[in-house]
Write a protein that binds this ligand. Sequence first.
Ligand code: ZN
Length: 258
Amino acid sequence: MLNQVYAKSRCIIIKNIDFRDADKLVTVFSERDGKFRAIAKGVKKPNSSLRASVQPFANAFLFFSPSKELGLITQGRVLDFYGNIRDDINLSLNAIYIMELLDKSLLDNVPIPRLYNHTLEILALINEKEVEFNPLIIRYYEMNLLKELGYRPVLDYCIKCRVPNNSLVAISVSEGGAVCSNCIKQTTYNYKLSGESLAILKLLTNAPINTILRVKPSNTAKSQVELVLEKYLEYHLERKFKVKDTIKKLKEKLQVSN
Ligand SMILES: [Zn+2]
């Protein structure tokens, strides 16, 4: 809920759910006030001007006014609708997964404008039609989210004995970083990492996205990096991510039909 009497902000729509007869309860990630919920009145009526502005993963300029419980969305103007993403089931699921990450990781009313802008960059990148979708975009987003929330993994030395690079064999999700072959027995929630996977994880923490998109990882590295980030997010955010399972199932289906 916004503190200000009449407020306006650019907002990414995290989700909307049916609420009363013609209304929707909308969760937004606003540039100015972070995550909060507000009611879009009458939005289910066919002629509602708010309809497009409150679609999941749209970016919209929204106006709010206070009401007894939650704020009301009074007006909206779509800034980015990401039409190419909406035309493609795989891209849509990836965008919804990003919204799920935001929904489950952000605290209410804590603004993180840098993450807001980063999310827009990533959505724009997924929306680019000319370029084939690269799942490393999502890995990059996951790593940036971890960094923003203060869970950047230690990858330059063993988190236990501090021995650098060459002997690092896994990542301990509970310790928050890479572990060497000697220390792995003492740590829990370990996930195996090849040298290639470790290098990719490091790139995800500090390289620009254009550099990352030039990497051609092996299938082993792809799945190790994906698994590590998934376990990392689950452990530190104490949440399971449902959309991820749907993406996996869709991928399996597409592979079977090929
Ligand atoms: Zn060690």
